[in-house]
Structure formats: structure tokens, C-alpha cells
Design a protein around this ligand. Structure first.
Ligand SMILES: Nc1nc2c(ncn2[C@@H]2O[C@H](COP(=O)(O)OP(=O)(O)OP(=O)(O)O)[C@@H](O)[C@H]2O)c(=O)[nH]1
Length: 338
């Protein structure tokens, strides 16, 4: 593959080049990985507004993204939509595989929609999504929407990738807070209660009041202006509240930029992903045949009575010479041989 050509086409905003580039970064083949790295370093550095969106199945994520995305493209903005989901989270593999999802947005020339690859694990999902976001930015998109169904750890991955994290909820019956995990509430920058229309409208407003109450009880985060995370009622079906939601997001972003939170968060995220890559790389070393063979051999010795920690340190010395060998930690038990 001609990487220079691909990079050039992509930076001109060519959507087919973008799709090909994402396919390349999704590939597990070592030669593709090398090309992907080459591509990533050849790209122009551009920044989009990255909006993460989470919500349980059925709250109306696709409807919201379609309506919200069309509103943004209507303002002349270029919008990319990426999905993050380990495929096990859904039946039928690919989350956006269903062609009817976001049908109008997918036909919009200012939009780009990329389904989640079928069969993916969270570790791979994180890197693939991070790179796909960077590719969309390089292709000149103004807004990148990253959608997750919020099962398992996927919302943590999305939160560590985006500038603004939106939690989408549906009107709840009674006074229960929909079993939304506290952790997700704490990650949310903006809470939107969808389906505030027709017979559900009053219920949506009550749900909104409940969440506002819950938010007031939460610890103030430094990255939030006075008053904390915003909560609004919207209707994806009728388009109600979408402009207000966009205004809230933009207001938050402007505030964070002037306060320095924006740059700091991006820098922290970059550091986080660097460390994550390092960790993954070290784990990958353990799967190399030579190292596996040494693990087997040392494992057999440990089974025969050799000290587990001492054997592990010996192997670590081989993998990374200079790693702590004799240094005793205060937790070492007396009699431990190091
Ligand atoms: N009344 C009302 N219904 C809505 C609204 N938005 C979505 N729905 C309905 O809610 C259901 C789920 O909508 P989707 O957009 O498919 O929701 P989703 O969260 O993407 O669902 P999954 O694809 O399963 O994750 C559909 O029947 C929609 O028609 C809304 O604003 N008002």
C-alpha cells in the first residue's frame, strides 16, 4: 500500500481514503501494523471536538446521533461517528452493521459513519478507536462522535479518548435512577434525558429533576464550571433541546479551553495511552515463542521448589536487563531469596 498517497488523500478529506485507513489500523497483521504506524506519523496534526456518548441499548443513541449529527452538518460542520463496542455486547456482531441505523446521516456528504469492527476485544478496541479518532481529525472532521453502549469497560475507554462525555438516558419510571452506575455518572460532563416528547415528556422532566438532584450531591470536579455537569431534556424524535445541548457542550468546551483544562486533559490522555501501549507491549513480549519456552522451563523449576519470585526476576533480567534484581522491597518476607 502506498502510505504517502493514502495520507495525502486522507488529509484532503477523502472519505474513502479515511475508510481504508481505518481498515488498515484495525488489522492485526504485523505488516499492516507497520504501515499503520507509518501512516499515523505521516498525518497532519489537526484537532476535532471529540464527543463521547454512552447509554444503555434502547435509550435512543442512534436516533440522537442522527438528529444531532444532521443539525451539526446543517451548520456546515463535518461530523464523524465511530462506535466502540466489544462485539459480544450485541447480537449480530457489528453495532452499526444494520444499514437502517442513521440512514439520513450516513447519506450526508458532510458525515462519515464507521461501524465497530465485528469481533474485537477491549484492548484492541482502545487502540483502534484512538487511531480512528486521529484519522478522522487528520481528515478534517470538526466533530468526532464516539458512541458506546456502556457495558463493561468500554465507557472508560471512551472517556479517556474524548473532550466531552455525554450520558444519554431515557425517562425512568418512579424515582429509581435507572441503575446507572455511579462511576458513569461521575464521568459524565453532560447528561441528556431523551424522549422528552408526547406522553413521555412529563416523565422525562421528572427524571431530569431526579438526576439534577443526584448531581448536586456529587463531588465538584475541577474540570467543571460552577454548577457542575449540565443536565437537559431532549427529544431526538422531535429535535427538541438539541440546539441547547450543543450550546451546553460548546460552552463547556470554551470554558475548559480558557481555564487550561482542555490542553491539560489532552496531555494527560496522551500520557495515559503511552503508558497503556507500553504495558501492552510488555505483555506481548510474554507471548513470544522464545520467552514462552523460558517460562515453561522456569515454571517447571518452580513446580519443583524454586522460588517463584526469584525465578520471575531471573526471567525479567533476561527480558529487560537492569530490571530490579536484588533490590528488596519492604514487603519481602524474611528468608525470601532474591
Ligand atoms: N418517543 C421517542 N422515542 C425515541 C426517541 N429516540 C429514540 N426513540 C425510540 O427508542 C427506540 C430506540 O432507539 P434507538 O435510536 O435505536 O436506540 P439505541 O440506544 O441506539 O438502541 P440500540 O441501537 O439498541 O443501542 C426506538 O424505538 C426509537 O424510535 C425520542 O426522542 N422520542
Amino acid at each position: 500500500m502506498d502510505i504517502a498517497q493514502l495520507s495525502e488523500a486522507l488529509s484532503q478529506g477523502d472519505r474513502r481514503a479515511l475508510a481504508r485507513a481505518i481498515t488498515l489500523v484495525e488489522s492485526q497483521r504485523p505488516d499492516h501494523r507497520a504501515e499503520a504506524l507509518e501512516l499515523m506519523s505521516a498525518l497532519p496534526r489537526r484537532q476535532a471536538l471529540r464527543i463521547g456518548l454512552t447509554g444503555t441499548p434502547g435509550v435512543g443513541k442512534s436516533s440522537f446521533i442522527e438528529a444531532f449529527g444532521l443539525m451539526l452538518t446543517g451548520e456546515g460542520l463535518k461530523v464523524a461517528v465511530l462506535a466502540v463496542d466489544p462485539s459480544s455486547a450485541r447480537t449480530g456482531g457489528s453495532i452499526l452493521g444494520d444499514k437502517t441505523r442513521m440512514e439520513r446521516l450516513s447519506r450526508d456528504p458532510r458525515a462519515f459513519i464507521r461501524p465497530s469492527p465485528s469481533r474485537s476485544e477491549l484492548g484492541g478496541v482502545a487502540r483502534r478507536t484512538r487511531e480512528a479518532v486521529a484519522l478522522c481529525e487528520a481528515a478534517g472532521f470538526d466533530v468526532v462522535l464516539i458512541e458506546t453502549v456502556g457495558v463493561g469497560q468500554s465507557e472508560t475507554v471512551v472517556a479517556a479518548l474524548c473532550d466531552v462525555f455525554v450520558l444519554l438516558l431515557a425517562p425512568a419510571g418512579g424515582d429509581e435512577l435507572q441503575g446507572v452506575k455511579r462511576g458513569i455518572m461521575e464521568m459524565a460532563d453532560v447528561i441528556l434525558v431523551n424522549k422528552a416528547d408526547g406522553a413521555l415528556r412529563a416523565q422525562a422532566e421528572r427524571t431530569l429533576a431526579d438526576y439534577k438532584g443526584a448531581l448536586r450531591l456529587m463531588r465538584h470536579r475541577p474540570q467543571d464550571p460552577e454548577g457542575g455537569p449540565l443536565a437537559l431534556a431532549v427529544s431526538a424524535a422531535e429535535g427538541r433541546g438539541l440546539a441547547e445541548a450543543w450550546e451546553a457542550i460548546r460552552g463547556l468546551v470554551d470554558w475548559r479551553r480558557t481555564q487550561g483544562h482542555w490542553a491539560r486533559t489532552r496531555a494527560d490522555q496522551a500520557r495515559h495511552w503511552f503508558e497503556e501501549e507500553l504495558r501492552q507491549g510488555l505483555l506481548a513480549v510474554l507471548t513470544e515463542p522464545r520467552i514462552r519456552a523460558r517460562m515453561e522451563a522456569l515454571g517447571a523449576e518452580v513446580a519443583q521448589g524454586r522460588g517463584a519470585e526469584e525465578a520471575a526476576r531471573a526471567l525479567l533480567q533476561e527480558i529487560a536487563p537492569g530490571s530490579p534484581r536484588g533490590a528488596r522491597s519492604p514487603l519481602d518476607l524474611p528468608g525470601d531469596s532474591t
